[in-house]
Ligand binder design. Structure first.
Ligand code: PLP
Length: 220
């Protein structure tokens, strides 16, 4: 478990970028990790976690939350509209708002609950056909539409194309956020979180570098 080392690297990257200590939130991405590894990170005092699948998160986090006060849970995977209700009850933040139908559903749920998780709009910075997210060109319009539904938008999120330099994608996301008056930037994973912090990330999503490799049991 490499939590202390990753925390130290986050703090060093903040300093190197001339940013205040603690300005970057380290989201420990615990999807499909064995319980013992997650427990070790909770026992070490970490409280900010990310999950990709509503069902998996709903199965494991209510018990952890009861046992470890102060847990903050971030939804970072694609969110089906029919899982939105469970998601707003479980998660403190949703990083993957990417289409009007989902935003409308979230707006109705927020109204009924009188509360809303922090919301990030996912941007498909590489315009990859298989990847979720609004296209860069559509971002201004989509952010305006989501705000028009009465939803607070905290920031933007991206997953740069695999095997490419992430830096231009981080820069693009930062520019889109600034243009839309958004302060939150969810970007950077195990391989590139320091570059993301240099580019202004406020939330880095780090899984395998903290917990070790994920074992999908033969699944992709
Ligand atoms: C799995 C995942 C991560 C963490 O990836 P690592 O490379 O293990 O750090 C971050 N963001 C998203 C959206 C993910 O799905």
């Amino acid at each position: 478990m490499a939590l202390a080392e990753i925390n130290a690297r986050v703090r060093a990257a903040e300093r190197a970028a001339g940013r205040p200590e603690g300005s970057v939130r380290l989201i420990a991405v615990s999807k499909v990790q064995p319980e013992a590894r997650v427990r070790a990170v909770l026992d070490a005092g970490h409280r900010v976690f990310g999950e990709n699948y509503v069902q998996e998160a709903a199965a494991k986090w209510p018990a952890w939350k009861a046992r470890f006060p102060g847990v903050e849970l971030h939804m970072i995977g694609p969110l089906q509209t029919n899982k939105a209700k469970v998601a707003v009850e479980l998660f403190d933040a949703i990083h993957t708002v990417d289409r009007p139908s989902l935003a409308e559903r979230l707006a109705r749920l927020a109204e009924a609950r009188g509360a809303c998780p922090q919301l990030f709009v996912q941007v498909n910075t590489g315009a990859e056909p298989q990847k979720a997210g609004v296209l860069p060109d559509e971002t201004d319009g989509f952010v305006a539409a989501v705000r028009g539904m009465g939803l607070p938008v905290q920031g933007l999120m991206c997953i740069p194309p695999e095997g490419q330099d992430s830096t231009p994608h981080f820069a693009m996301l930062a520019a889109l956020a600034a243009r839309n008056g958004l302060t939150g930037l969810s970007m950077g994973m195990s391989a590139d979180f320091e570059a993301a912090i240099a580019a202004g990330a406020t939330h880095v999503r780090v899984g395998s570098a903290i917990f070790g490799d994920r074992d999908y049991g033969g699944r992709a």
